[in-house]
Design a protein around this ligand. Structure first.
Ligand code: HEM
Length: 402
């Protein structure tokens, strides 16, 4: 958690020092990058000069072979597989199953006027969709085991950096996750579906061969990547949907869902910034970025710059009637590490919002307007709300066009 809103902290510095400036974060020298051109330089055109960088403790708890910790050939191969597993053509087949998950979670919030922590509940939805898109259909008991152990690891990951993550308890749960993935792999092999079916991410990972027909990935590498994808998918999507509900409460006319979602992603800027590290001394517009320094493209500040998005603090989906200027809108990042799950994220958001608006009603409880960082930005207290089923006779709460 931050003691100060990082958006305000970076915005103040950008105003004072310009599009690129040096600072120290937790004693570490960093170069902040606040312009679309400089962000493009780091993430796209000169991406080979910068590598992804994460704290070692986070790498350990997710799994050091997860693709986002890597660059070069290993990253490239894996990324292609992940991208093709989550391509629009592949995820189209998941629509009826995602609908079933969405309806089942929405139903579970209704009745007895129970108070819901929207973010926590959306995490259950995005987790179930993540599991579906990675494994396909899983037995109830194995899904529960995954859920239980993943929740323990998730708590360890999200603990403060000053506490030592990866206590024996979290480590044991992480180990059990790998064992569960191995059990699933074993079953898949027995089912002999490896050769013919390449439906889901796990099948892709298992079928991966090099040019000589050798299997390239170990079971540990597969487990690290599966857990990595779950991490990348769960809180981000849950946070996005929670913000959309908040904006819907404040702006009840959702006329064009896609523009509404884009504006929500801009306003909320869930991944506010990312980290890279210079692998050599790099020069950008006469400015030296020394080797080993961290470089942070500031997505949120670019999304909130009035030069690109006039009156940036105002929620206005119509601003997306015109395409944003190049490299100014990057909710899913940019370049070689841009989000391969972006189509799935948008699909699950649309499905959940569609069923929510056409079959349910809800009311946010309290009038909080603050942001919490958990570690992604979330409306205060996870947006407490109550949900009801819409009666058949009353008209739908909102008009929706896609
Ligand atoms: C609204 C939801 C989501 C948002 C806002 C989001 C955003 C992002 C961003 C900004 C990055 C780039 C990070 C960087 O450059 O350092 C990223 C990477 C990634 N995302 Fe997402 N994401 C979302 C949902 C998902 C989902 C649903 C999945 C998987 C099904 C996913 C899987 C990944 C993976 C594997 C990477 C790493 C890619 C690489 O390093 O090559 N994300 N995401």
């Amino acid at each position: 958690m931050y003691s100060q809103d990082p958006n305000v902290f970076f915005a103040t510095k950008l105003k004072r020092y310009g599009e690129i400036f040096k600072t120290h974060i937790l004693g570490c020298p960093c170069v902040m990058v606040g312009s679309p051109e400089a962000a493009r330089f780091v993430l796209v055109s000169h991406a080979h000069l910068f590598k992804p960088t994460y704290p070692k403790s986070k790498e350990k708890i997710i799994g050091p072979s997860a693709l986002f910790f890597h660059d070069g050939d290993y990253h490239n191969h894996l990324r292609k597989m992940v991208q093709s597993s989550f391509s629009p053509g592949k995820i189209k087949k998941l629509i009826p199953y995602i609908e079933t998950i969405a309806l089942s979670v929405l139903e579970s919030w209704t009745g007895h006027g129970q108070l819901i922590n929207t973010f926590i509940e959306m995490k259950k939805f995005s987790f179930d969709v993540g599991i579906l898109s990675i494994f396909g259909h899983l037995d109830g008991s194995i899904r529960e085991k995954l859920k239980h152990n993943y929740a323990i690891v998730d708590k360890g990951y999200n603990s403060l950096p000053t506490k030592i993550p990866g206590t024996a308890y979290h480590k044991a749960a992480r180990k059990r996750l790998s064992q569960i993935v191995s059990e699933i792999i074993c079953e898949r092999k027995e089912e002999k579906r490896l050769v013919v079916e390449k439906e889901y991410l796990l099948d892709h990972l298992l079928n991966f061969r090099d040019g000589k027909g050798q299997i390239l990935l170990t079971e540990d590498q597969i487990a690290d990547n599966i857990i990595g994808v779950l991490f990348a998918a769960q809180d981000t999507t849950a946070s996005a949907i929670t913000w959309i509900l908040k904006y819907l409460q404040d702006n009840p006319k959702l006329l064009e869902a896609v523009k509404f979602i884009m504006e929500s992603l801009r306003m909320a800027s869930i991944i506010s910034f990312t980290y890279r590290e210079a692998v050599v001394d790099v020069e950008y517009k006469g400015y030296l970025i020394p080797k080993g320094w961290k470089v942070m493209p500031l997505f949120r500040n670019i999304h909130h710059n009035p030069e690109f998005f006039p009156d940036p603090q105002i929620f206005d989906p119509s601003r997306f009637e015109a395409a944003p200027k190049p490299n100014t809108f990057m909710p899913f990042g940019n370049g070689v590490h841009a989000c391969p799950g972006n189509h799935l994220a948008k699909l699950e958001i649309l499905i959940l919002i569609h069923h929510l608006l056409t079959k349910f009603r809800w009311e946010v409880v309290g009038s909080q307007s603050g942001i919490e960082y958990a570690p992604f930005p979330v409306p205060q207290q996870g947006l407490p709300a109550r949900f009801w089923k819409e009666s058949m006779s009353s008209s739908s709460q909102k008009d929706v066009y896609y």
